[in-house]
Design a protein around this ligand. Structure first.
Ligand SMILES: *[C@@H]1O[C@H](CO)[C@@H](O)[C@H](O)[C@H]1NC(C)=O
Ligand SMILES: *[C@@H]1O[C@H](CO)[C@@H](O)[C@H](O)[C@H]1NC(C)=O
Ligand SMILES: *[C@@H]1O[C@H](CO)[C@@H](O)[C@H](O)[C@H]1NC(C)=O
Ligand SMILES: *[C@@H]1O[C@H](CO)[C@@H](O)[C@H](O)[C@H]1NC(C)=O
Ligand SMILES: *[C@@H]1O[C@H](CO)[C@@H](O)[C@H](O)[C@H]1NC(C)=O
Ligand SMILES: *[C@@H]1O[C@H](CO)[C@@H](O)[C@H](O)[C@H]1NC(C)=O
Ligand SMILES: *[C@@H]1O[C@H](CO)[C@@H](O)[C@H](O)[C@H]1NC(C)=O
Ligand SMILES: *[C@@H]1O[C@H](CO)[C@@H](O)[C@H](O)[C@H]1NC(C)=O
Ligand SMILES: *[C@@H]1O[C@H](CO)[C@@H](O)[C@H](O)[C@H]1NC(C)=O
Length: 433
């Protein structure tokens, strides 16, 4: 069923009824009567009756937006996210001069962002993410059309070309997400107190700036999956509020400076899939009993040397990924001090010696992935204590001993690969026990 959008203007108060696109579930059946009390998704200003807010997120609405929507000239909040609207963004949106928040994310809008949007000088949030059909270069006005703009989310669209320079200088901006487009150009310094910045999955190049203007505010920084080169500057460690840093899938190189130490606020550090080399960092982040790194991913680079004992001081660590490097030496026994660990992935290194018994300290371990190393000796029966373990891969090592003994007590095991070792006994025996 497709309803048309129409407007009604009362005598004394402006009252406008809007029905947009098609609404199969009739969730808008509450829209009747002479004022908008209790209308799903609609709020009016009490005294005047002006519609000030339209929030129709996730209501399975579809079709094109009707230009009559733009007659709601007192609208401050328009959120139509997560529906199936298509067609272009109506140019008449430019006449919604009071609009503070415009969220059209998660629809099927296409074409370019109309220049009329630049008339929305009160706008605080512009969220157009997740409309794959939105394309073209970023409008030149995007960096200075509203001096109130705090949040700009244009992620997962199809924009290409350079980021307009003025956006780097827009003082009000706190949240900028341009991820997952086809944008390019040299990344350079941002000049505002950003809290959230994602440029992930684009074609940006150049070296990593220091984000000095955001030293106290930047909480999330993702530049993953671009073409960044050079080293990771130690100034990145001075970002006091940083909780999430993702620089994976770039061409970052050189070693990590011992002076690069993050605060205990950092929860997620993903530097995987780069060309980083030299020893693994001793102290990469401050840690306390209560807070500190949860996920450390330094996999798929060129780190060499031993796994430093300092890593075992990251008490809150839940996932440790060091696979596909050039690591040697043994797995430190003290890894068992990391009692919150759920994943240990050391695949494809040159680690040797025994799997340390103390690893049973990681009693919440779900996945132990140690294949393609030089591990030897027997898997000791005490490892049975890892009774949460679901995945055990020790294939392509030099481990010996009897298979049944190895597996008997691991109650939760779902996937096991012991191949290409020197085990005796048969796997069948092991599984049935
Ligand atoms: C709005 O309409 C409802 C009934 O539809 C009525 O109970 C209420 O008093 C009206 N409110 C105003 C402000 O007119
Ligand atoms: C918009 O609607 C959604 C879903 O009904 C709700 O979760 C959200 O809080 C609403 N936002 C505002 C500002 O009313
Ligand atoms: C959404 O609407 C379409 C028709 O436009 C219908 O086929 C589909 O079942 C609806 N989905 C939900 C979750 O209601
Ligand atoms: C928009 O969606 C409607 C159905 O929801 C469809 O009939 C129409 O062809 C679509 N238009 C475009 C331009 O994709
Ligand atoms: C944006 O900057 C351009 C060039 O500096 C200027 O011409 C334009 O008036 C500015 N727009 C606003 C809204 O300040
Ligand atoms: C992205 O841009 C490059 C040129 O910079 C172009 O060759 C490529 O086709 C574009 N990819 C997409 C998916 O638009
Ligand atoms: C990296 O970005 C490309 C598009 O530029 C995308 O196809 C690919 O899936 C992304 N890779 C990851 C790991 O996110
Ligand atoms: C980092 O970004 C990459 C590429 O977008 C993504 O595949 C990966 O899951 C992200 N890492 C974390 C820990 O979120
Ligand atoms: C860490 O582990 C070692 C040996 O595995 C042990 O001697 C030491 O007491 C542990 N330290 C803490 C703080 O648990």
């Amino acid at each position: 069923m497709t309803m048309d959008l129409h407007t009604e203007t009362g005598d004394e108060r402006e009252l406008i009824i809007v029905v947009i696109g098609s609404n199969p579930e009739q969730s808008l059946a509450t829209w009747f009567g002479s004022n908008c009390t209790g209308w799903t998704g609609i709020s009016c200003e009490k005294r005047t009756g002006h519609v000030v807010s339209v929030n129709l997120t996730n209501m399975n609405l579809s079709g094109r937006l009707h230009p009559s929507l733009c007659e709601l000239s007192f609208l401050e909040y328009l959120k139509l996210s997560d529906n199936n609207f298509n067609g272009t963004i109506p140019t008449c949106f430019g006449s919604l001069g009071s609009l503070k928040i415009l969220d059209l994310s998660g629809n099927s809008f296409g074409g370019v962002v109309p220049d009329d949007i630049m008339r929305l000088g009160q706008l605080r949030e512009l969220v157009l993410s997740g409309n794959r059909g939105l394309r073209g270069v970023l409008p030149r006005w995007i960096g200075n059309f509203s001096s109130n703009l705090e949040k700009l989310d244009l992620s997962s669209n199809s924009f290409h070309g350079k980021v307009p320079d003025r956006l780097f200088h827009l003082k009000s901006l706190r949240h900028l997400d341009l991820g997952d487009n086809n944008l390019s150009g040299n990344v350079h310094e941002f000049f505002q107190s950003l809290e959230y910045l994602s440029l992930a999955s684009n074609k940006f190049f150049g070296t990593l700036p220091c984000f000095s203007a955001a030293t106290k505010s930047l909480t999330v920084l993702s530049m993953a999956n671009n073409s960044l080169v050079g080293g990771i500057p130690t100034c990145i460690g001075s970002l006091e509020a940083l909780a999430h840093l993702n620089l994976s899938f770039n061409h970052l190189s050189y070693g990590l400076s011992p002076r690069l130490v993050f605060t205990e606020k950092l929860l997620v550090l993903d530097l995987s899939f780069n060309d980083l080399s030299g020893p693994l960092p001793g102290k990469i982040a401050a840690a306390t009993e209560k807070s500190g790194l949860l996920l450390l991913d330094l996999s798929h680079s060129k780190f060499s040397g031993r796994i430093p004992l300092k890593i075992t001081e990251l008490k809150s660590l839940q996932a440790l990924f060091l696979s596909h490097n050039l690591l040697t030496g043994e797995i430190p026994a003290r890894i068992g001090n990391l009692t919150h660990l759920q994943v240990i992935d050391l695949l494809h290194n040159s680690l040797s010696s025994l799997i340390p018994l103390d690893i049973v300290g990681c009693f919440q371990l779900l996945a132990l992935i140690l294949n393609n190393n030089n591990l030897s000796g027997e898997i000791q029966p005490e490892l049975d204590a890892l009774d949460s373990l679901k995945i055990l891969d020790v294939s392509h090592n030099k481990i010996s001993g009897e298979i049944p003994l190895t597996l008997a007590g691991l109650k939760s095991l779902e996937i096991v690969d012991l191949s290409s070792n020197n085990f005796s006994g048969t796997l069948n025996d092991a599984i049935t026990k």
